[in-house]
Design a binder for this molecule. Structure first.
Ligand code: NAP
Ligand code: G4F
Length: 323
């Protein structure tokens, strides 16, 4: 029988890869789309006609009740969020309403209309913040360092609570940073790969950056959406860390991107206090052994290949524009 999935955040990086993955598995895919002044289909333009679109917003419970009614989903993936950490300081309340209370809204809609649907919550390694142990695993205590991290922590625990209170099949994936050519331009990987391509092509002359010493465990988004799906195919709901088990500094990221286009990054990168955060997450490194053992999840793309794939994609994009 054809399965149905409802995805919030389908126009974002992960939503687009997950929609592709589920369509390949012959799911009927419903995507929650919020109203924007200009349509935002860049990541899903190639599959737009295969998606059943439902208008709604995570801050509007009534729209979510309708979305669950219309889609009658077997699986719900809650990927929608104000997901940019830096924006969560100047917009803490919007971040809380979307990224924290939005989770309760969608859980309520599922509980009221279709409590037997399986539910995935996009939790984040940002919850580990000021890390209490390294590597970080499912049992590592949280210490968020941003309004975004605090909002995600609420979303994480309310998901656990609905599982324990209402016996819902609700899982939380604690995903470490994952990237791709579809990553938003403000996130550090894409900012760097886009700049390396533009500088190589003479379209930009410097790259203004914040803290180059921060360390992240970066993987490929296409690999990570498979883990989301696997979490909903188990006998019992549970929470899993998804990561690569490697950590790299922002400086290493910059070095690989500029090396790929044969440029010396030190000639172009300027440190600008504007990009330094009020509180930093210095080091993220995940231990995903539970996911490997229980879900059989495996990575395919490593860090260097990921960065080079992103620079190449940005070069291709700008070469197309220049033509
Ligand atoms: P993203 O590219 O920023 O996408 C976010 C999505 O949420 C977009 O589709 C956006 O819609 C939607 N959205 C924002 N506000 C909304 C609202 N009020 N109602 C409904 N939808 C709303 O994020 P991503 O990288 O794909 O990440 C997906 C999820 O995983 C997010 O929850 C993020 O916090 C979490 N996460 C990401 C990572 C990572 O490294 N990528 C790691 C851990 C957790 P518009 O297109 O209209 O803006
Ligand atoms: O790419 P970032 O903005 O990602 P961040 O803050 O780690 O958050 C991402 O990963 C989380 C999972 O851990 C997700 F939950 C979240 O939604 C998002 O996807 O920044 C990475 C690092 C930070 O330490 C930042 O201070 O890069 C450092 N950085 C240095 N210069 C910069 C810059 N980040 C940005 N965005 N821009 C800079 O110029």
């Amino acid at each position: 029988m054809t399965k149905s999935a409802l995805i919030t955040g389908i126009t974002g990086q992960d939503g687009s890869y997950l929609a592709e993955f589920l369509l390949e598995k012959e799911y009927r895919v419903y995507g929650l789309r919020r109203r924007t002044s200009i349509p935002n289909y860049e990541n899903v333009v190639h599959i737009k006609d295969k998606i059943e679109w439902i208008d709604g917003d995570l801050t509007d419970l009534s729209s979510l009740v309708r979305a669950v009614q219309e889609s009658n989903p077997d699986e719900v993936y809650n990927l929608g969020a104000q997901s940019f950490v830096a924006t969560s300081w100047p917009q803490p309340i919007a971040t809380g309403e979307i990224t924290a209370m939005g989770v309760t809204n969608i859980l309520e809609a599922v509980r009221i209309i279709k409590p037997e649907a399986k539910f995935y919550q996009a939790s984040s390694s940002e919850m580990f913040g000021k890390v209490q142990e390294t590597p970080q695993k499912e049992t590592t205590p949280f210490w968020p360092r941003s309004p975004y991290g605090a909002a995600k922590m609420y979303g994480h625990w309310i998901t656990v609570n609905y599982r324990e209170s209402f016996n819902m099949y609700a899982c939380s994936g604690i995903l470490f940073n994952h990237e791709s050519p579809r990553r938003g331009l403000e996130f550090v990987t894409r900012k760097v790969t886009d700049a390396a391509a533009r500088i190589k092509l003479g379209l930009q002359h410097e790259l203004r950056m914040g803290n180059l010493d921060a360390k992240r465990d970066w993987g490929f988004a296409g690999d990570y959406v498979k883990a989301m799906w696997l979490m909903l195919q188990q006998e019992k709901p549970d929470d899993f860390v998804i990561s690569t088990g490697e950590t790299h500094t922002v400086e290493e990221l910059v070095q690989i991107a500029f090396d790929y286009v044969d440029l010396d990054w030190k000639e172009y990168v300027v440190i600008d206090k504007k990009f330094v955060r009020p509180a930093e997450v210095d080091l993220l490194l995940g231990d995903c052994s539970k996911a490997k053992k229980e879900l059989g999840w495996e990575l395919e793309v490593g860090f260097q290949d990921l960065v080079e794939m992103m620079v190449q994609s940005d070069l291709d994009k700008y070469r197309g524009v220049i033509k």
